[in-house]
Design a protein around this ligand. Structure first.
Ligand code: FPP
Length: 256
């Protein structure tokens, strides 16, 4: 069912309703889409069925986030560590970006959503790479929400490639070690130019970061709902935002 999200009131546990403040939305939401395998197992289905259902959840959440006016949505679709999974699962996961884009690219374009990639594109199988490249170029001029696919992404690998580039600049004499600042490092991350995630969501029951946006999430508000990702819907997104809006963000300072 579709209805304007801004009009939805959130019902809290006590049965009271609380509205989302549309002036204080998180600019950037990052999501670890976890729990697909367990969702499938609970139903006696293969793990791949969980990933397929996870893709449907992603479609719902992208629509809801764009409707709300979220500026950046980063989703962890495949980590540098996920290559260790059985070959059939890796192959299945590598087909999902093109499957997603086959049905959703037209909608991303019509909704002015820009696709971006966080991760190493060149290491992906050619069919995955080509589908992602096409979508990146066809949405590059869009100015609405940024949908950032973390694909073949690992935070440590991201930092290593940034350090290598900075070291090369130092070796070439283009920058002095003392000139390296936080913004220098940031400019070499896949998220260069994007705001840091305000809200970091990980469903699935685990309460860890799993090598996702470690630098960028230094001051993110974390939310760990006890549901599996395939069950995540727009109401959970609203609940996450409402929870975020109740947090007191001090960034190491104190409230006077
Ligand atoms: C982690 O759950 C999930 C993944 C490794 C894959 C996430 C991918 C999707 C949700 C599909 C959508 C992606 C695109 C690019 C369209 P898990 O398998 O580790 O779950 P488990 O912990 O229950 O085993």
């Amino acid at each position: 069912m579709h209805y304007p999200l801004r009009a939805i009131l959130r019902r809290n546990k006590a049965g009271k309703t609380a509205s989302i403040n549309s002036d204080r939305l998180p600019a950037h939401i990052a999501i670890v889409m976890d729990g697909n395998g367990r969702w499938a197992k609970r139903r006696g289905l293969p793990r791949t069925a969980g990933h397929q259902a996870g893709m449907e959840a992603l479609k719902r959440v992208v629509r809801a986030a764009a409707e709300l006016g979220i500026k950046v949505l980063t989703v962890y679709a495949f980590s540098t560590e996920n290559w260790r999974r059985p070959q059939n699962e890796v192959e299945f996961l590598m087909r999902l970006p093109s499957e997603y884009l086959k049905t959703e690219l037209a909608e991303l374009k019509s909704k002015n959503i820009q696709l971006r990639l966080a991760g190493e594109l060149e290491e992906l199988p050619p069919h995955t790479r080509e589908a992602v490249k096409k979508a990146l170029s066809e949405t590059a001029a869009n100015t609405g929400m940024i949908l950032n696919f973390a694909l073949n992404y690992g935070s440590r690998a991201e930092l290593v490639q940034a350090v290598r580039k900075i070291a090369a600049m130092v070796a070439e004499g283009r920058i002095k070690p003392d000139d390296i600042e936080e913004k220098t490092v940031e400019s070499f991350l896949y998220t260069a130019g994007l705001p840091d995630p305000d809200l970091f969501i990980r469903p699935g029951g685990e309460t860890r970061l799993s090598n996702f946006l470690l630098w960028q999430s230094a001051y993110s508000e974390l939310w760990f709902p006890k549901i599996y990702w395939p069950d995540f819907n727009r109401h959970h997104l609203l609940e996450a935002i409402a929870t975020y809006q109740n947090r007191d963000r001090r960034y190491g300072g104190i409230r006077l």
